[in-house]
Design a protein around this ligand. Structure first.
Ligand code: AGP
Length: 615
């Protein structure tokens, strides 16, 4: 999704913005641009590009031959929402005078009515974006006598929607003004520089002293100056962020791409996520939870919400919560919850699951759950993300920065964290038999080693993927805990390999979709030894009888299952409730191999964004 970086001061703010843009690339983008205030303070220099995968290189080339010394600079990566992905629609956008520039993440919802007013008063717009409106609104306020910060503050009063913005004005050459509502933005300053960024990583090379803006705060950022005001113009103290990781951890570390690096980081992600939270005897402690034992005991129902892979993690967690903590649990797609007027009974605990902590559908679902009386927890990988800050408590995964657009290690860390929480809740509610907490803790703590054993077989999974890389029709089947694993496997294949992959409950196939099965179809089934194994294998036979090739995730040493399948993705046996953590890994590798064999960019699949900040 869109990314913002702004740097002022330093000897070469343009170089710092280019470096920041490279760190923002992972979010996924279709165009990019830079603006800088020329040192004379009279004009802005701007360059934009809309070349899939190559826009930042174009900007760099233009910058090499380009401007003289610059003062405040802004950079932006855009993922089109309003207006096609083109150079005219790429940010930064300018006002009529060409002296005010704006970059923006999110959506200005009332842009049509604002545009109509601007058109009536003679402003000339040059793009189809909602963003450009703000440049003209600010221009009007400056013409009426406001400085840049005051103009932005006044404009915020009339804007509706979720956004983060950063602006420069040729008349105030060292100043960047930044503001946000819902979409995240951090700001920082030193004696010689100032920075604003949508991602902490992009800001780190300028300073580690960063502050998170709250909703409807306007910041003035210049070397040696950080002034934050609320919408009434009152000075406020911004919240300091504790940055515990470094940019280096976000680099590839010798792997061909971020995705394979991140697949290999999964044992660490699982181990780090459990560290200090689950101990071998079965004791649990979750530091940022924000709920004491009594409040946990008062939980009558758990509602899990998320999107994509995070939703699949919710589907797994539902089983663990019901079986261990004996609490009714439901999982729902975040974008659906908000619009169906859910009735949330007293005692509902809502858990919004989001790697980024920024996904706007999940954020709104979390807000809706709270509005309807639920206590809300955010489960996220990003410290101080919007959702983490708004929730009553947080379940942090510790997967480290995930750069590949396809979730791998963050998904595994979500599964592990949700199961650790289920154990924690079960202990508080006293729903486990004697000895069970210790046994379950042992299973959770053993997962990192099990994923390690899975990865020792990586080449088997990859070669199976390569073998089926020309196939066009995949069906992923599973039952009970196997179903969310199948859904996640199919999602990986779709997003990375651009191949049709339908995930279905194995028992449901005969109620319709089986009519699609014919020779050439490839079925991937989760066939580990659970109590439903026989039923799953009966479903496998139904597929084979109609000519499908059936591949399956099966337990190490299970010769019988291997004989009944056309290809096996072997995993070490684990108990059913923790098995998704282990079973999903071969399916990630399988999808990765199909995508690579088809020549696709696994880190930046087409049409996708890492962080989805629009509804
Ligand atoms: C997963 O591979 C996807 N890229 C996507 O489904 C993702 O899980 C979803 O957009 C939710 O993101 P979040 O966890 O950051 O909220």
């Amino acid at each position: 999704m869109c990314g913002i970086i702004g740097v002022t001061g330093l000897s070469d703010p343009l170089a710092a913005v280019l470096e920041g843009l490279e760190l923002l690339e992972y979010r996924g983008y279709d165009s990019a641009g830079i603006v800088g205030v020329e040192a004379s303070g009279q004009a802005l220099w701007r360059v934009r590009a809309a070349e899939h995968g190559g826009s930042i290189d174009r900007l760099r080339a233009e910058a090499d031959g380009g401007p003289g010394p610059l003062r405040a600079c802004l950079g932006h990566t855009r993922w089109a929402t309003h207006g096609a992905p083109s150079e005219e629609n790429a940010h930064p956008h300018l006002d009529c005078s060409g002296r005010v520039a704006v970059v923006h993440n999110g959506i200005i919802e009332n842009h049509r009515e604002l545009a109509a007013e601007l058109d009536r008063s003679g402003h000339k717009r040059t793009s189809a974006t909602d963003t450009e409106i703000l440049a003209h609104l600010v221009e009007a306020e400056i013409d009426a006598g406001a400085d840049l910060a005051e103009a932005v503050r006044r404009c915020l009063l009339v804007l509706r929607g979720d956004f983060a913005v950063a602006l420069v004005h040729a008349a105030e050459p060292d100043l960047i003004v930044a503001a946000r509502r819902t979409s995240p933005l951090v700001v920082g300053t030193t004696a010689s520089a100032g920075v604003v960024a949508s991602d902490v990583a992009a800001a780190l090379s300028t300073t580690r002293q960063l502050y998170a803006l709250e909703d409807d705060q306007v910041a003035e950022v210049a070397p040696g100056r950080l002034l934050v005001r609320d919408l009434e113009g009152r000075r406020v103290e911004p919240a300091r962020i504790d940055v515990a990781w470094s940019v280096e951890r976000a680099l590839k570390g010798g792997y061909p791409d971020f995705m394979s690096k991140e697949i290999h980081e999964q044992p660490r992600a699982a181990a780090d996520t459990l560290l200090g939270r689950v101990s071998p005897g079965g004791a649990t402690e979750i530091e940022e939870l924000g709920l004491d034992e009594e409040e946990l005991r008062a939980t009558r129902r758990v509602l899990l919400v998320g999107c994509g892979s995070s939703y699949h993690a919710c589907l797994v967690a539902r089983h663990a919560l019901e079986r261990w903590a004996a609490v009714p649990a439901e999982a729902e797609i975040a974008s659906e919850l908000r619009y169906r007027e859910p009735v949330l009974a007293e005692g509902t605990l809502a858990i919004a699951v989001s790697q980024s902590g920024e996904t706007v559908d999940s954020l709104h679902a979390m807000r809706e759950a709270r509005r309807r009386g639920a206590r809300v927890l955010a489960l996220t990988n990003v410290v101080d993300s919007v959702m983490a800050r708004e929730a009553d408590g947080v379940l942090y995964t510790r997967a480290g920065p995930e750069v590949g657009v396809a979730s791998t290690k963050s998904h595994v860390a979500q599964l592990v964290m949700l199961e650790a929480f289920a154990l924690h809740l079960a202990r508080a509610r006293g729903t486990l038999r004697e000895g069970e907490p210790g046994r379950l803790a042992g299973e959770l703590l053993g997962l990192a080693a099990s994923i390690g054993r899975v990865l020792e077989r990586e080449e088997d999974y990859l070669s199976l993927g390569r073998r089926f890389s020309a196939s066009e029709n995949f069906y992923y089947l599973g039952r009970r805990l196997g179903l969310p694993v199948a859904m996640e496997g199919a999602l990986k294949l779709k997003e990375l390999a651009y191949v049709r992959a339908e995930a279905y409950p194995a028992g449901e196939m005969k109620h319709g979709p089986i009519s699609l099965i014919e020779p050439g179809a490839v079925v991937v089934v989760v066939a580990t030894r659970t109590p439903l194994w026989e039923k799953v294998m009966a479903n496998v036979e139904e597929m084979r009888a109609r000519g499908a090739t059936v591949l399956g995730v099966a337990d190490e040493g299970d010769e019988e299952t291997a004989r009944l399948l056309d290809g096996v993705l072997v995993v070490p046996p684990t108990s059913e409730l923790v098995s998704p953590v282990v079973c999903v890994v071969p399916l990630q590798c399988f999808a990765y191999a199909v995508a690579r064999a088809r020549g696709n960019d696994v880190d930046r699949p087409r049409n996708l964004a890492k962080v989805v900040t629009v509804e």
